[in-house]
Design a protein around this ligand. Structure first.
Ligand SMILES: NC(=O)c1ccc[n+]([C@@H]2O[C@H](COP(=O)([O-])OP(=O)(O)OC[C@H]3O[C@@H](n4cnc5c(N)ncnc54)[C@H](O)[C@@H]3O)[C@@H](O)[C@H]2O)c1
Length: 274
């Protein structure tokens, strides 16, 4: 028995980066996946490669009917929905808050915030009659701390963390677990696009240089967390945001102040040499 046998999962943004890696990993462990993405050519090429356990549904996550359609398509092809990964995303509006236009704000929130809400809503509707299911949404370290992403991205990702907690509280009695995952920088087409040269090796080098672990984070690191949250291995985990950032947001580097043993640190009030 493989971990995802008899599982039917919809992965939004499943044609690229973290979503693509997650799709591959679920299929490799026996599950079926509908890739719900705007990128038709890339999505269909992946389906061609993965075979009958994968299917593509052209989906814009900002359009409610598209997301509901992707879930209905998944259930028709592969049986009751067991997992939903709200992963589709963009970087969106960048730059100073003084200059951020309402148009850029709306577009960013539509994909990163409204898209996740729509995904949760329709996944929960499909899962509730069966009394089981797992929803995992992509937050970010920018969803748990300021200064790690552009403003609107940060706002939207904090919203994903909040909605995860709120929806979990409602859906837990129905057997539906709702969690989020918060990656730091990951080497994907999204982060490569932030560089003018678009060079993945340079992106990897940069991410490694900012990581306490000193290695680049790759989509496999994040997919492993997503699969954990989708699977029975996390049967008692809900409302949680799993931060996968090599320790960046929990302290980053160790303060040299505490490197030398000092008697005063162990024995309050006992000063040496004075
Ligand atoms: N790469 C990182 O460093 C990083 C860090 C933290 C969080 N994340 C989050 O992980 C998720 C995946 O990012 P990635 O790095 O794999 O990016 P990516 O660009 O490789 O993949 C994103 C996918 O989402 C799809 N998409 C975009 N808008 C869509 C829409 N409206 N409807 C349907 N599909 C749409 C794209 O076509 C693409 O296939 C995003 O939510 C992102 O915010 C990424």
């Amino acid at each position: 028995m493989r971990r995802f046998d008899k599982h039917c999962v919809v992965v939004t943004g499943g044609a690229s980066g973290i979503g693509e890696c997650t799709t591959r990993a679920i299929v490799a462990e026996g599950g079926c996946v509908v890739i719900a993405d705007l990128q038709e050519e890339r999505g269909r090429a992946l389906v061609e490669e993965l075979g009958a356990a994968a299917a593509f549904h052209h989906t814009d996550v900002t359009v409610e009917e598209n997301v509901a359609g992707a879930i209905a398509f998944a259930e028709k092809n592969f049986g009751p929905l067991t997992g939903m990964v709200n992963n589709a995303g963009i970087v969106g509006a960048v730059g100073s808050i003084l200059d951020t236009s309402l148009e850029a704000y709306e577009r960013t929130m539509a994909i990163l915030s409204r898209g996740v809400f729509i995904g949760m809503k329709h996944a929960a509707r499909a899962m509730k009659p069966h009394g089981r299911g797992a929803i995992v949404s992509l937050a970010s370290t920018a969803g748990v701390m300021g200064g790690l992403g552009p403003h609107i991205y940060t706002m939207a990702k904090h919203g994903v963390v909040g909605l995860t907690k709120s929806a979990s509280a409602e859906l837990a009695p129905s057997g539906i677990r709702v969690n989020a995952i918060a990656p730091g920088g990951v080497v994907t087409p999204m982060t490569n696009a932030l560089r003018e040269d678009g060079d993945p090796a340079a992106t990897a080098e940069f991410i490694a240089s900012t990581s306490p672990l000193g290695i680049p984070c790759v989509p496999e690191h994040i997919a492993a967390g997503i699969l954990f949250l989708l699977s029975e291995q996390s049967a008692y985990v809900s409302g949680h945001t799993l931060v996968v950032d090599g320790g960046l947001t929990t302290g980053g580097s160790f303060s040299p102040f505490f490197e030398e043993p000092a008697a005063t640190l162990l024995h309050a009030g006992q000063r040496t040499g004075g």
